[in-house]
Design a protein around this ligand. Structure first.
Ligand SMILES: NC(=O)c1ccc[n+]([C@@H]2O[C@H](COP(=O)([O-])OP(=O)(O)OC[C@H]3O[C@@H](n4cnc5c(N)ncnc54)[C@H](OP(=O)(O)O)[C@@H]3O)[C@@H](O)[C@H]2O)c1
Length: 327
C-alpha cells in the first residue's frame, strides 16, 4: 500500500483509508464481531488511516476503532474523528465548553490522551466567518487535547473559505466520478497551501459498486431509505446527491471501463487516486471482503487517458446537471 502525506499533519497515511460510519449506525446493523473483523481486515491489507465521528452510533464507531488501536498498538495507525453534531448546528453551539466536552468523550472512546486529527463535522457555512472558533481549536492544540484539526465540508466554497485559516490541516470532501467539481479550483488551492484532502463517499454510498438495480431496497434504518430526499441530513451524503435511477443509468456507461480482474468499485477508487491533491480515500465497508477489495484498488495500474476522458464525459452528460452547482 502506498502512502501519501496528510497535509500539514506531516503524517504518512495509506492512500486507501477506511470510513467507519458503517460500523456505527445508519447503514443497517453490523454486528460487533463483524465490525471488528472488518477493521482488522483493512489494517491487514495495509490501511493506516481510519475516519470516524463522535456521533456514529453515538460513540460505538469510535469505541470499535479504539479497540483496533489497542489490539494493534505497535502499528502506525492514524485516527481522525469529528465533532459538532451532538447538538444543533448553530454557530453558538461551537463553543469552548462544548468543544472540550465532546473532546473528552472522544478521547475516552478512542482511549487516546491526544487525538491525532479532529474535524469539524460539516458545520454551517456561517461558522467559517467566525475566526474565534479556529482560535479556540488552536488553544486545544496548545492544551494537548488534539494534535491537529481540519474540517469536513459539504460545499467547495466552504472548503475554500476553511483553508484561508492557515492551520486547517485537512479538508474532508465528497469526490468521486459522480462528484467531480472539487478537482477544479479547490484541489489546486489545497495543493498550493499544503492542505490534506480526505475523500469521503467515494462510492456514492455504494451506487458506484454497480451492485444495485431499480429493484434494490435498503432497510428502514439505512439512510439510503430514510435520507433519500435529505430528510435527516444533507441529501448530498446519500448517493452523493445523485437521483438513484440517474446514477444506475450512468453506472452502466462506466461498467465497460472496468479492467479484467477489477471491479467497478475499484475503478471508482482508482479514479480518485489519479488526483495528486488527494491524500487518502475513505470508502466505508461493512464486511472484511469489502475492506480488502477497497484496499486492493491501490494496487491497480494508473487509468488510461481514454478511461479518464470517458469518465469525464459520463459526468458531464449524465450527472453534472444534478450536482455540479449544488455542492
Ligand atoms: N459528513 C461527513 O463528514 C461524512 C459523511 C459521509 C461519510 N463520511 C465518511 O466517509 C466514509 C465513506 O463514505 P460513505 O460510507 O458514506 O460512502 P461510500 O464509501 O461511498 O459507500 C459505502 C458503501 O459502498 C458499498 N461498498 C463498500 N465497499 C464495497 C466493495 N468493495 N464492493 C462493493 N460495494 C462496496 C457498501 O454498500 P452496502 O452497504 O450496500 O454493502 C458500503 O456501505 C464514511 O464511512 C465516513 O467515515 C463522512
Amino acid at each position: 500500500m502506498r502512502t501519501r502525506t496528510l497535509g500539514s499533519t506531516g503524517r504518512e497515511v495509506s492512500e486507501i483509508g477506511f470510513g467507519a460510519w458503517q460500523i456505527g449506525a445508519d447503514w443497517g446493523s453490523v454486528g460487533e464481531d463483524e465490525a471488528l473483523a472488518t477493521l482488522h481486515a483493512a489494517a491487514d491489507a495495509g490501511v493506516t488511516f481510519f475516519d470516524t465521528a463522535d456521533v456514529y452510533g453515538d460513540g460505538r464507531s469510535e469505541r470499535l476503532v479504539g479497540r483496533l488501536l489497542r489490539e494493534r498498538e505497535s502499528e502506525p495507525i492514524t485516527v481522525a474523528t469529528k465533532m459538532g453534531r451532538r447538538l444543533d448546528q448553530t454557530v453558538a453551539n461551537y463553543s469552548p465548553e462544548h468543544f472540550r466536552e465532546w473532546n473528552d468523550r472522544s478521547r475516552a472512546n478512542l482511549g487516546l490522551d491526544t487525538l491525532p486529527l479532529v474535524q469539524l463535522h460539516c458545520p454551517p457555512t456561517d461558522l467559517y466567518y467566525h475566526p474565534e472558533v479556529f482560535e479556540d481549536l488552536e488553544a486545544m492544540v496548545a492544551e494537548g487535547r488534539i494534535e491537529a484539526y481540519g474540517v469536513s465540508v459539504e460545499r467547495v466554497e466552504e472548503a475554500l473559505k476553511a483553508i484561508e485559516y492557515p492551520n486547517v490541516a485537512t479538508v474532508q470532501i465528497i469526490f468521486n466520478p459522480f462528484r467531480q467539481r472539487p478537482a477544479g479550483v479547490f484541489f489546486a488551492e489545497a495543493e498550493r497551501r499544503g492542505v490534506g484532502v480526505i475523500v469521503r463517499v467515494p462510492l456514492a454510498s455504494g451506487l458506484l459498486s454497480g451492485r444495485y438495480t431499480r429493484d434494490t431496497t435498503f432497510g428502514p434504518d439505512d439512510h439510503r431509505t430514510f435520507n433519500r430526499h435529505g430528510e435527516s441530513f444533507d441529501v448530498g451524503e446519500t448517493f452523493a446527491g445523485v437521483p438513484f435511477e440517474v446514477g444506475l443509468d450512468a453506472v452502466e456507461e462506466l461498467r465497460p471501463l472496468v479492467a479484467d480482474g477489477a471491479t467497478l468499485a475499484q475503478l471508482a477508487l482508482r479514479w480518485i487516486l489519479m488526483h495528486d491533491a488527494v491524500s487518502t480515500v475513505i470508502p466505508g465497508a461493512r464486511s472484511p471482503d469489502q475492506a480488502r477489495a477497497n484496499a486492493g484498488a491501490a494496487s491497480l495500474p494508473p487509468l488510461a487517458d481514454t478511461t479518464m476522458t470517458r469518465i469525464a464525459s459520463v459526468y458531464v452528460e449524465r450527472i453534472a446537471p444534478y450536482v455540479h452547482q449544488r455542492w
